[in-house]
Write a protein that binds this ligand. Structure first.
Ligand code: UDP
Length: 237
């Protein structure tokens, strides 16, 4: 039995990139879509916040001399590309999906309307939130905490390339240890690179547990939703 009635899945752009250096890996997107469909089939209501780092990241644009706000708007548009790819992959396997953008793009998708998004989920549709919060100087992690709060989600599930939160980057430091459980405060004080501090603070305020798991393990999302498998759980205590 699923532990959660409604979840928000945060997919970073990187998670959709596979082994590439840039852009989307269609195979990875299709596999992630299967994982999401599997969870929907278990009766869980699912919404997704999608990143854009695989295409454009505001800070790197700013670093190369671009005005930060402009670079961030470009980053938000990048999330739109990922959102449409995810919708396409989900609908290809008969999983009804609606994209809602925080920046209105009437010819392409719906605009973000909170109650409408909730209604879609009640009908069993997956809602993909694009364009982050719609504001520069934020990240899609913060957008994930914000939408999870607005949607009344029972969990914010962050899909990454590794199976939880480590004391250091496990790909660079062989001594890095993995945590099964953490508190929001641990994440903030130990400066663990899970999500940015505003996202952690907002999830904490809304009392939404954060779960970090690897999207590269087959069936991992369904396991996480049933409280099985490997993941790190972040809560108040
Ligand atoms: N972004 C923004 N406001 C938001 C969300 C995202 O300005 O509310 C911009 C920001 O430039 C960011 C880019 O969009 O670098 C892509 O999002 P993010 O880096 O969070 O994607 P991820 O790391 O999850 O792939």
């Amino acid at each position: 039995m699923p532990h959660y009635k409604r979840i928000l899945v945060k997919l970073s752009g990187e998670a959709l990139m596979g082994d590439r250096d840039y852009g989307l890996d269609a195979g990875v997107v299709a596999r992630v879509a299967e994982e999401i469909k599997d969870v929907v089939a278990r009766g869980v209501e699912v919404c997704v916040v999608i990143g854009g780092g695989n295409i454009f990241r505001g800070v790197s644009g700013a670093a190369s001399g671009m005005e930060r706000a402009t670079a961030d708007y470009m980053g938000m548009l990048a999330t739109m590309i990922n959102a449409l790819a995810m919708q396409n992959a989900l609908e290809k396997i008969n999983c009804q999906t609606r994209v809602q953008s925080a920046i209105p793009m009437a010819a392409v998708c719906e605009s973000y309307i909170r109650r409408r998004a909730m209604r879609h989920m009640e009908k069993g549709r997956v809602v993909v939130f694009a364009a982050g919060t719609g504001n520069p100087f934020f990240t899609t992690d913060t957008a994930a905490a914000l939408r999870a709060s607005e949607m009344g989600c029972d969990a914010l599930i962050k899909a990454t390339k590794v199976d939880g939160v480590y004391s250091a980057d496990p790909k660079k430091d062989p001594k890095a240890t993995r945590y099964d459980k953490l508190t929001y405060l641990d994440v903030l004080t130990k400066d663990l690179e899970v999500m940015d501090t505003s996202a952690i603070s907002l999830a904490r305020q809304s009392r939404i547990p954060i779960i970090v798991f690897s999207i590269f393990t087959h069936g991992a999302l369904a396991d996480v939703v049933e409280g099985k498998g490997r993941f790190t759980l972040i809560t108040e205590n």
